[in-house]
Design a binder for this molecule. Structure first.
Ligand code: BG6
Length: 465
């Protein structure tokens, strides 16, 4: 018997720039995602200053959810989704990011999505900013500049007011700790300078805390969470040097959670900033804002774990930002080199709950793999096995360890473009989309074997696991 709470939120998660396409339709402006070219496991995505001719940008078409959303949401409903995590593309609402009034056409698109979700009683969980910073904010230096906090608040306020009583669950920033690993993706920052990154992170913390306060004021029922990119690490060996190296690595990631969950910078981070001669751009009243804007819950993505030790210098390196200099010989890997570690999920949930005692939610977990469509079918046993193993460990975290987990939204329930490489062939979905890395294909949707499996998981509230 697997015991999931009876109101457990089963569902799936996507991000606007990875599914919508229609990159200039109805007044949409360009975002940081729209100038990232196609890459691969071996080739880094290029960031161009503007859209170059003869270059392919995966987000421009993606899976054309913009014109298929009714069909796609109907498929989510058929699987029995209780919740759908989605993001709202900032540049559909404020095309350059700094306008004073929103683009009504952009808002209408999300009105229509909410109509569809409500039709099927699917609860929306909305990420306000998921790797989609307006390119128009580059002229300010993006998140390095405090003015961008105001632009973000203006955007968030429009959403909070317009969708009051329609959206209750909010996430302020997707994977906020990606500021340390992929700052362009997280914040439109193209710099290795730690001072720049830490300034931008500070501004996002202030922006997030302000939104928490505003959201509670607009509607006390609103629940606002943070979203941690699930970097969890084991020490390479029992050598205390490796243990301290791992502690340092985890500090470099956990401080993002510390600030958002506890409402202040942890002492180890303040000491580090002091050593680096980095002064945070603190303004009067900021420390109160951080304290009063603590999040209501902590959400995370979880794909894999790392090994770190004395050799690990600060942050993650490598193509997909996952190379710490060590390999875990106990674990198998996905086709993209990410370790497969279901038990690590139970460890991660315990780690976070021990630290914060906040409700947790897994808002991303899944397997990017190469699928074969044959006779309109995809036999993705490997995906079922991956998800089943993770969900079993999740149930142990709930049953045995007593961790309050609000829900689970599998990452990408429908195939979508990969954030790290821009590829389509790195497929996550329960639903196959007929489109290749270069945007060729019919865009037709097909149900994979995992579609029927996940439907059963939800139907039985996890009993079939
Ligand atoms: C998370 C992001 O980091 O990982 C998603 O929030 C992303 O946007 C997901 O798609 C999986 O990574 P990738 O590179 O396989 O798409």
């Amino acid at each position: 018997m697997k015991m999931f709470p009876k109101d457990f939120l089963w569902g799936g998660a996507t991000a606007a720039n990875q599914i919508e396409g229609a990159y200039l339709e109805n007044g949409k402006g360009l975002s940081t995602a729209d100038v990232m070219t196609l890459g691969s496991h071996e080739k880094k995505r290029r960031i161009t200053k503007s859209v170059e001719e003869n270059e392919y940008y995966p987000s421009h078409n993606a899976i054309d959810f913009y014109h298929h959303y009714k069909e796609d949401i109907a498929l989510f409903a058929e699987m029995g989704f209780k919740v759908y995590r989605m993001s709202i593309n900032w540049t559909r609402i404020f095309p350059n990011g700094d306008e004073l009034t929103p683009n009504e056409e952009g808002l209408k698109f999300y009105d229509a999505i909410l109509d569809e979700l409500e039709k099927y009683h699917i609860i929306p969980l909305v990420t306000i900013s998921h790797f989609e910073t307006p390119l128009g904010l580059q002229k300010y230096g993006s998140w390095e500049n405090r003015d961008v906090v105001d632009c973000y608040i203006r955007f968030a306020l429009v959403l909070l007011k317009r969708y009051n009583n329609r959206i209750k669950y909010w996430l302020t920033f997707n994977e906020i700790n990606c500021m340390s690993t992929q700052p362009w993706v997280a914040a439109g920052i193209n710099s290795d300078d730690e001072r720049v990154r830490m300034t931008a992170a500070y501004h996002q913390f202030i922006a997030s805390a302000k939104v928490v306060k505003i959201a509670h004021k607009i509607n006390p029922d609103n629940k606002v969470g943070m979203m941690y990119c699930g970097h969890f690490s084991y020490a390479y060996s029992a050598n205390p040097d490796d243990v301290i190296g791992t502690m340092n690595f985890m500090h470099s990631m956990m401080f993002y959670c510390d600030v958002q969950c506890r409402g202040y910078y942890p002492q180890y981070k303040l000491k580090e900033l002091e050593r680096l001669h980095i002064t945070l751009p603190i303004q009067e009243g900021d420390l109160e804002i951080l304290k009063e804007g603590k999040v209501d819950f902590l959400s995370l993505s979880y794909y894999c774990t790392h090994v770190t030790g004395k050799k690990t210098k600060g942050i993650l390196k490598g193509m997909n930002g996952l190379d710490t200099g060590y390999k875990n010989t106990f674990l198998p890997k996905s086709d993209w080199g990410w370790t497969i570690d279901p038990q690590g999920l139970r460890y991660a949930l315990n780690y976070l709950y021990d630290r914060y005692q906040l409700p947790l939610m897994i808002v991303e977990n899944g397997l990017g793999a190469i699928d074969q469509l044959e006779d309109n079918k995809v036999h993705d046993t490997y995906r079922i096995e991956y998800l089943k193993a993770h969900l079993k460990e999740l149930s142990k975290a709930i049953e045995i360890d007593g961790i309050p987990v609000m829900g689970y939204t599998m990452w990408g329930p429908i195939d979508l473009i990969a954030a790290s490489t821009g590829e389509m062939k790195k497929r996550y979905g329960f639903i196959y989309v007929d489109v290749d890395d270069l945007g060729n294909g019919s865009m037709k949707r097909y149900k994979k074997d995992s579609f029927y499996w996940y439907k059963k998981v939800i139907e039985t509230n996890g009993q079939i696991l």
